[in-house]
Design a protein around this ligand. Structure first.
Ligand code: HEC
Ligand code: HEC
Ligand code: HEC
Ligand code: HEC
Length: 215
């Protein structure tokens, strides 16, 4: 019984093809797998990271992509109490492809930055023309004081995570110095598309929103 169940699972996985076998949990076959594009490398990580000769983006993990020089108009509203700053390194990395000012294939070979020609498609532009006013606020401290001021937020369990299960991380943004900061990568896992749209967790029933918001 167990063997035949295993057989069914294995043949189902094979029938679904290699990409879906690896789709859960890592970058292979996801929209961030640019290795098959013919953009100058068949490596997966190289579009974004390098083990040596990394670009100096303070606080960024061994970054190998041309950085956006955009300065952004930030989110504001009558009820937003966070003190939003310019995006931190974790968000600038995303915006270095997603704001449309730098080509996806502007990465470095041996420390020498190439100038690419393939830009973000319009549906996936975020922060285009330097505008973050129509996007969920980022780059501000989310802590107990903000939760109290807002009245409809859970208090993060620590300065590094919102929730006890450690699904949603908060970041230390070294420049201009924002602790416990909500960044793009708080909601998105750039390497893992298990839940679609690179979300950190399943958002069915707005479960991800409600990990922070108590509405
Ligand atoms: C499309 C760009 C992109 C690609 C491709 C990519 N990364 Fe990343 N990586 C990022 C970004 C952005 C961050 C910072 C955000 C974060 O911490 O999740 C990051 C963070 C990391 C970190 C530090 C945080 C952590 O999760 O431990 C490691 C290690 C890492 N990447 C390894 C890899 C490896 C290995 C590959 C190739 C298999 C890879 N990455 C491919 C964009 C990318
Ligand atoms: C990681 C935690 C987190 C997640 C996940 C999250 N939010 Fe937020 N959101 C916040 C915080 C913190 C604020 C700032 C609240 C404030 O100061 O008014 C905020 C602000 C907002 C605002 C603006 C509030 C205002 O007063 O202008 C809206 C609307 C909102 N979030 C909706 C959502 C929705 C919808 C989702 C799910 C798609 C979501 N949020 C996911 C933490 C989160
Ligand atoms: C090297 C460039 C690059 C970087 C860096 C990058 N992305 Fe992407 N991203 C892409 C490309 C290319 C696509 C495919 C869609 C397209 O071409 O318009 C994509 C697609 C996406 C999608 C849509 C996925 C889907 O299922 O439709 C999301 C969400 C996303 N990226 C979020 C992020 C976030 C968040 C970060 C930073 C943590 C990030 N990306 C960093 C290049 C990048
Ligand atoms: C508070 C959580 C949250 C933050 C912060 C956040 N996103 Fe998203 N993002 C989402 C959710 C949820 C979706 C899926 C929306 C849907 O499917 O309707 C999404 C969708 C996307 C998409 C796909 C296109 C679209 O609009 O559906 C891209 C690209 C993207 N995000 C990039 C980013 C980038 C870049 C940042 C930082 C500048 C960022 N996100 C910050 C929650 C967030």
């Amino acid at each position: 019984m167990r063997n035949s169940l295993l057989g069914i699972l294995v043949s189902a996985a094979l029938a679904a093809g290699t990409a879906s076998v690896f789709a859960a949990g890592n970058i292979t076959g996801s929209p961030h797998d640019l290795s098959g594009k013919g953009w100058g490398t068949t490596e997966l990580c190289k579009f974004c990271h390098t083990p040596h000769l990394a670009q100096s983006v303070v606080g960024a993990p061994l970054w190998n992509h041309r950085s956006t020089a955009q300065s952004y108009t930030l989110y504001s509203s009558a009820t937003f109490q966070g003190a939003a700053t310019q995006p931190g390194p974790q968000s600038k990395l995303c915006l270095s492809c997603h704001d449309g000012t730098v080509a996806n294939d502007s990465f470095a070979n041996g420390g020498v930055l190439q100038t690419g020609t393939h830009y973000m498609t319009s549906t996936n532009l975020v922060g285009a023309s330097g505008t973050l006013t129509s996007d969920h606020p980022i780059a501000f401290t989310y802590n107990g004081a903000l939760a109290t001021a807002d009245g409809h937020l859970n208090t993060p369990v620590s300065s590094s995570y919102v929730d006890a299960a450690h699904q949603l991380p908060l970041y230390n943004n070294p420049s201009p110095g924002v602790a416990s900061s909500l960044e793009c990568a708080t909601c998105h896992s750039v390497h893992d598309n298990t839940y679609g749209k690179f979300l950190r967790m399943n958002n069915a029933g707005s479960a991800m929103c409600r990990t922070c918001h108590t509405q």
